[in-house]
Design a protein around this ligand. Structure first.
Ligand code: ZN
Ligand code: FE
Ligand code: FE
Ligand code: ZN
Length: 266
């Protein structure tokens, strides 16, 4: 089987990635991928919210860059998505974004605890010292559960992102995983196997095998994403991710066209 679609990749518009969509597409073709999707960090309602995403006025430019890659690589299926930060109260803004272009999918990601701590930002690492890890995990999964319930997203991104720096709670997080997965199953949204975790201190795919096993039992569909912030990262460690998915029981993954899903054998 060919490798599954890589549905999570960025562009320089987010200010912390390199390479144009055409460069990511070229790399995908080199690797023999048949489908990719762009999911750069979406604008927030306020452009001064943080400094690691595209500005509102750049949304059309983003779409144009993806369209250019589609024209230059007609042999490759290239999807148009966004990685959207979920914070409560942003639902109206996210619906507005959804109406602006014919998106194939939105990845809903939680990078914020509260309104101002982007806990996966290396610049905010010292904030971790002020919190018990389990408190962070609990707040994170509570928000992730709300994201799934909102039905704004086709895919939930890197579902155990708080492990990024290798800081982990002492107690079991299983009940948090279960609550989240029940919401995902009910809302019909997928989770992604995100290989960027292998390139971080946690040295592990997001999500962990325990969460993925529970997801399979709850019939939550999966997608794959490299979370590439450079062309060389496209499709990275996908063989390992497919092996992990298979070991959890999965035999198919999901692809999206205009927010409609379709299953593809693994
Ligand atoms: Zn990023
Ligand atoms: Fe993310
Ligand atoms: Fe990302
Ligand atoms: Zn991401």
């Amino acid at each position: 089987m060919p490798l599954p679609a890589d549905l999570h990749m960025h562009t320089p518009l987010c200010r912390h990635a390199t390479g144009e969509p055409v460069d990511y597409a070229r790399r995908a073709v080199e690797l023999g991928l048949t489908e990719i999707g762009f999911s750069d960090h979406s604008p927030m309602a306020r452009d001064d919210f943080d400094d690691w995403r595209m500005l509102d006025r750049q949304l059309d430019e983003y779409v144009a860059k993806v369209r250019l890659a589609q024209m230059e690589f007609p042999q490759l299926t290239i999807r148009l998505g966004l990685e959207v930060d979920y914070l409560s109260g942003q639902e109206g803004w996210i619906r507005q974004l959804a109406a602006r272009h014919p998106w194939d999918y939105f990845i809903g990601s939680v990078h914020y605890i509260g309104e101002s701590w982007d806990f996966d930002n290396p610049a905010k690492l010292s904030e971790w010292k002020k919190h018990d890890p389990y408190e962070v995990w609990s707040a994170y999964f509570e928000r992730l559960t709300q994201a799934a319930k909102s039905k704004l997203f086709q895919i939930i991104g890197h579902a155990d992102l708080p492990k990024k720096f290798g800081i982990r709670p002492a107690q079991s997080c299983r009940p948090l995983y279960q609550t989240f997965l029940n919401a995902a199953a009910q809302a019909g949204c997928a989770i992604e196997l995100n290989t960027a975790g292998l390139r971080k201190d946690c040295r592990e795919i997001y999500p962990c095998a325990e969460l993925l096993d529970l997801a399979y039992r709850r019939s939550v569909p999966i997608t794959f994403g490299s979370d590439a912030h450079a062309p060389a990262e496209v499709g990275m460690n996908f063989a390992e991710a497919v092996a992990l998915a298979r070991s959890a029981g999965y035999a198919e993954s999901c692809r999206f066209t205009r927010r409609q899903h379709e299953f593809v054998p693994l």
